[in-house]
Design a protein around this ligand. Structure first.
Ligand SMILES: [Zn+2]
Length: 531
């Protein structure tokens, strides 16, 4: 039942530039994120602001198709929320709720807020320049239009950037925009794509060339110049304010795409400005998110993993991991921002895993092939024989190759697996074996792994899991695709275990009111409309 146990939530209408324009081809979500509303709900996106005094208003939603993702897979028409919590769910709960306001959903589909149980949104929040996400556009002209619209809020001569979650495969042209096209933006532009390729325009070319970075006549920046370009942008443009602006912006952007909880899986550590798209200072990169949380301005929830990569020959051993385990707290914070475990690299081999188990922390590693995942499971079995890990909810992510005997062995130790990560992949039967996993008792959940090597937009990956196709329309999953309901379950209720929070991932009384109103019915639209 409902108990008012958390800090009160107030919301404000979305003020950023992403709402509602030019998303004709794609599913775009009209309301998201922890609704405890005071403003006028008109199917625009709302930003949740925790730590604000409560207004105590009870809000009822009626006439919806509310997919609760509860254990019985209930679909109901009404929902009542108060102060960021779900008060009641059913077909006849609005009238007697004493709601101060009632919202007619006009038949729209509602789902629980999507949980991305492993992405790299903290990296994306720390990009230099005015990072402009482009994961919802699929032609070069639409991308240019978004960047041009963005330029209205970007001072002249400041960089508009898209660094990481963008790919040539997402565009119908199957290439990135070129210099001439990017010149239309009217600001210096810098794009570095997840699956390779770096581009700038004439203003950017001039800026880079005065700093010794070689740029081709068509705006292409090759390797290793692209790394130098990124490092130079980081050196000259990053400030605490710019990081905070981008952090708020990207959380808001993904909330509009339906993600209300991110579990961030870390970065490769660099002390100073790095040439690597997956690198940041892992001791300071959370600062902008911590600042947003302090100010009560988190647009979505964040869980933080700590990535470690100690050298196996280090002396003394485990120099960074041992200090982390001594000096930090796992699962510490509030409902909006909380630490998690060690990952997505534990880094210290069996010794590292042993230290993590001894300290009672969660551990996560990723696997890129069969040999890798077999080794990870063998190492966990070694540690589990000494220190039981079954209550620590350890995770292995990606698992493109994962035969059933490995699922049996992982499940026997209480180890769960995260899958997803597929929209940009190519090849035949590239995995993971979704159908096998769905029929197996092992814990499984959805992750995008997006931010540096792939996209975060959940609909692109949900499309791949349900259709078996990548963004270029090629079949990559063989016979392992899932139903839409199973797929959404991976990204909502099945992710409770991975977030370690039963009050998220389903629309049930007492849970956080993280709900998403879809612009179209995910369950019945044509396949190609999912993205
Ligand atoms: Zn990752």
């Amino acid at each position: 039942m409902y108990t008012p146990r958390e800090k009160q939530v107030k919301t404000m209408p979305n003020k950023n530039s992403f709402s509602g324009r030019g998303f004709s081809r794609r599913q775009f979500l009209e309301a998201a994120a922890a609704l405890g509303l005071t403003g006028g709900l008109n199917f625009a996106t709302f930003t949740a602001a925790p730590q604000q005094p409560s207004d105590g208003i009870t809000l009822a939603f009626t006439n919806g198709r509310i997919h609760t993702m509860d254990a019985a897979n209930s679909v109901v028409s009404q929902l009542v929320i108060r102060n960021g919590r779900i008060l009641a769910v059913g077909n006849n709960v609005a009238a007697q709720s004493g709601a101060g306001r009632t919202i007619d959903l006009m038949g729209k589909t509602v789902i629980p807020g999507i949980i991305d149980a492993h992405d790299h949104v903290v990296l994306v929040g720390n990009r230099p320049g005015w990072h402009t996400p482009l994961e919802h556009v699929f032609t070069i002209s639409d991308a240019i239009a978004v960047m041009k619209a963005r330029s209205a809020e970007v001072p002249p001569n400041e960089f508009i950037t898209t660094v990481g979650p963008i790919s040539a495969m997402q565009f119908s042209e199957r290439r990135l925009p070129n210099l001439t096209e990017l010149d239309a933006v009217g600001r210096p532009v810098f794009i570095t794509a997840a699956q390779g390729g770096t581009r700038t325009n004439t203003l950017g070319k001039m800026w880079f060339e005065t700093r010794g970075v070689t740029v081709g006549a068509d705006g292409t920046i090759g390797n290793p110049a692209s790394g130098l370009a990124l490092q130079t942008l980081r050196k000259e443009l990053l400030t605490p304010e710019s990081r905070k602006r981008n952090a708020a912006n990207v959380l808001q952007y993904y909330a509009q795409l339906g993600i209300t909880t991110h579990r961030d899986a870390g970065a490769f550590h660099s002390d100073g400005p790095s040439t690597g798209v997956a690198n940041e200072n892992t001791y300071t990169m959370h600062d902008p998110f911590l600042a947003l949380n302090r100010e009560g301005k988190m647009p979505a929830r964040l869980r933080i993993e700590f990535l470690h990569q100690d050298s196996p020959t280090a002396n003394p051993p485990l120099p960074t991991l041992s200090q982390r385990l001594r000096n930090s707290f796992p699962m510490f914070g509030n409902d909006w921002l909380k630490t998690d475990g060690i990952g997505e690299f534990t880094g210290g081999g069996v010794d590292g895993l042993r230290a993590i188990a001894k300290a009672g922390w969660r551990a996560e590693d990723h696997a890129l092939n069969l040999a890798g995942v077999t080794g990870l499971i063998r190492d966990r079995e070694t540690v589990n024989a000494e220190i039981p890990i079954s209550n620590l909810r350890w995770i292995i992510a990606h698992i493109p190759d994962f035969p059933m005997d490995l699922a049996n062995r992982a499940n026997a130790m209480g180890v769960g697996v995260l899958v997803g990560w597929g929209a940009l992949r190519t090849g035949m039967n590239v995995g993971p074996p979704y159908r096998m996993l769905m029929n197996h008792p092992i814990k499984k959940g959805y992750h995008s792994d997006g931010g540096d090597i792939t996209v975060i937009n959940p609909w692109l990956n949900l499309y791949t899991i349900t259709t078996g196709k990548n963004l270029a329309g090629q079949q990559i999953l063989g016979d392992q695709n899932l139903t839409r309901e199973e797929t959404l379950r991976l990204a909502t209720s099945l992710n409770k275990w991975f977030i370690w929070d039963d009050e998220l991932g389903s629309i049930e009384p007492g849970n956080h009111a993280d709900i998403v109103v879809l612009d179209r019915d995910y369950f019945t639209i044509l396949e190609e409309e999912i993205i």
